[in-house]
Design a protein around this ligand. Structure first.
Ligand code: MN
Length: 301
């Protein structure tokens, strides 16, 4: 099943380019703040299955083009992200901007970080670059895991019970030596979507292929079998520290091929069996601050 958030917080099921509105099944109030409709929908999903099946059989659908898709989960409890989780990407980071900080990192020994929930955006939002002259902003193509159930201390062998589904995710980042959370948390720096594909549609979690194209040219590609920390261990490691909640998002790490993006670029992320989305890149007016020049200033002295 493919679940979307659309038109100001409504919840829908997508199939063959058509959408059925199922917001009412989990008492989702469109337009309500905070926009937690999908979080509630995921938490109640097992109990909703019969009503969902009934709705899909009896309700009229609309063409997907008639609605505006939003970030599938707009208000999760947290966005967890694994850095340096593919060997080839670690190699390339030894030579790029910020390399001194990152070269010794590996997700298996370094663990994970958090990205601001407010950086989440959807398939129709595009990516807005902050106007930071002289700084590189990179794309990181990643598989996003959507957590389905509350859990702490999850054992590797139980991981499937906690994976609700998958989504396409980009972990955008300003390269440099400032705090990682700040460099990765600009608004629109975590595009997700176009929907959540539920886990039952993915046969082998260890064989999910993904790629990222910039202006139609392939820049990144990977298969989940090449992850350093695999999906079961991501759930085990994260839940060793914190309680995972329904709707939590895990960015699983990016493969080699990261690179700078500029105004006017179009990024296309494709994840086999999950979905794809095209994101235009624009340059905004908000986002510069002297903090981005502090490192440069100290070097100049
Ligand atoms: Mn990343």
């Amino acid at each position: 099943m493919k679940l979307v958030t659309f038109d100001n917080g409504r919840i829908g099921v997508v199939s063959d380019g058509r959408l059925v509105d199922v917001s009412d099944l989990a008492a989702v109030v469109p337009g309500a703040w905070p926009p937690v409709g999908m979080v509630r929908f995921i938490a109640e999903f097992p109990a909703l299955r019969p009503a969902l099946a009934d709705a899909l059989r009896t309700r009229t659908s609309v063409a997907l083009e008639e609605v505006r898709l939003e970030a599938p989960v707009q208000w999760p409890n947290k966005v967890i992200a694994f850095p340096a989780n593919y060997h080839a990407h670690i190699e390339e980071m030894k030579h790029g901007a910020g390399s001194g900080v990152i070269s010794a990192y590996k997700a298996s020994g370094q663990g994970f970080f958090l990205k601001a929930n407010s950086s989440l955006s959807g398939p129709a939002d595009g990516i807005v670059l902050p106007p930071l002259d002289g700084r590189e902003i990179h794309h990181e193509c990643e598989l996003g895991i959507i957590v389905g159930k509350r859990g702490r201390g999850i054992a590797r062998e139980d991981f499937r019970d906690y994976v609700f589904g998958f989504t396409c995710l980009l972990d955008m980042v300003v390269r440099g030596k400032e705090e990682r959370v700040m460099r990765k948390s600009y608004d629109t720096f975590c595009p997700t979507g176009p929907w959540i594909t539920t886990a039952d549609e993915i046969e082998d979690f260890n064989n999910i292929g993904m790629r990222l194209l910039v202006n139609g040219e392939e820049r990144q590609s990977a298969v989940t079998r090449d992850l350093i920390v695999d999906i079961p261990d991501m759930l085990a490691m994260a839940s060793a520290v914190m309680t995972l909640e329904p709707g939590d998002i895990i960015a699983t790490g990016t493969p080699a091929g990261v690179g700078p993006v500029s105004e006017g670029d179009v990024l296309e992320i494709v994840i086999d069996g999950v979905g794809s989305m095209k994101l235009p890149v624009t340059r905004g007016t908000i986002g510069d601050h002297p903090v981005w020049n502090a490192d440069k200033a100290s070097l100049a002295v």
